[in-house]
Design a protein around this ligand. Sequence first.
Ligand code: DGP
Length: 144
Amino acid sequence: MPDPTCIFCKIVAGEIPAIRVHEDDRTIAFMDINPANPGHVLVVPRGHAPDLYAMPADDLAACALTAQRVARAVRRAVTPEGVNLVQANGPGAAQSVMHFHVHVLPRFQGDDLKLNWGLTPGDLEAISEMAEKIRDAMAASDAT
Ligand code: DGP
């Protein structure tokens, strides 16, 4: 059941815009509007669950598989030196949106990114360019 107060439910429903790079029956992936690094993508289930504790097994498994696919595309499109998957639960973990999500976070040596990074608005044109590269990479290969 969608939560009418949830911003990610609104993105899933297409009620507010997002720069999508992937969608399937259970998940969507879209560019983070406050990218911690270029190519920062969020993977979310279509169904609303506030956090890991509440996630149905099928949606959790689907998010893990989508995160792997997106990470492979990010590796190809962004050529980072590494990728972190980050998933926050609760205020102590700095969760700011209460709809389960996995951050696919490109990393570079010396980027000095802290686990609880600050939310800095990104440049929409630059985010869209990164999304285009990631979509192309997703289309180019599902397996590598
Ligand atoms: P967290 O702090 O782990 O709950 O991460 C939430 C992320 O969601 C944060 O990096 C910023 C991003 N975000 C918040 N609102 C929006 C939005 O409306 N659109 C998009 N694309 N990202 C959002």
